[in-house]
Design a protein around this ligand. Structure first.
Ligand code: ZN
Ligand code: ZN
Length: 124
């Protein structure tokens, strides 16, 4: 008997359109949610998905968060994203985006009246 089995990585956009207050830009933005998963297939037929991970990315500054609340991720996956509201405790920051309120050198938060970053002294 000859089997062709394989595991591939997939990415799928989730439906989530809740406006959020971006903690980096200090303004209203939006999350773009997506999931990544591995698919086990046999004879090129996908059999099951595993290792699912849900992510949210802000459209304003491209900060990337892992959605640690899997139940909320699952709701989005089932097309119930309009019933989900992501809170800070549901998210883990993976990558902090660069925006006008962020020092491009060290990533710390700065405000408009700063001419130099209070953390690293970088000219803004
Ligand atoms: Zn932002
Ligand atoms: Zn800095």
């Amino acid at each position: 008997m000859f089997f062709i089995a394989g595991i591939s990585q997939k990415r799928e956009d989730l439906d989530y359109y809740e406006p959020i207050m971006c903690s980096c830009c200090i303004k209203y933005g939006r999350y773009e949610a997506y999931m990544e998963y591995s698919v086990f297939s046999l004879f090129f037929i996908p059999l099951f998905r595993f290792n699912k991970k849900y992510y949210a990315r802000t459209t304003c500054c491209n900060s990337l968060y892992l959605i640690t609340n899997k139940e909320k991720g699952l709701m989005m996956e089932r097309g119930q994203g309009h019933n989900v509201f992501l809170k800070d405790k549901d998210l883990k920051l993976i990558y902090k985006g660069i925006c006008e309120n962020t020092c491009p050198n060290c990533g710390s938060q700065v405000s408009e009246e700063h001419k130099y970053c209070p953390n690293c002294g970088n000219k803004l």
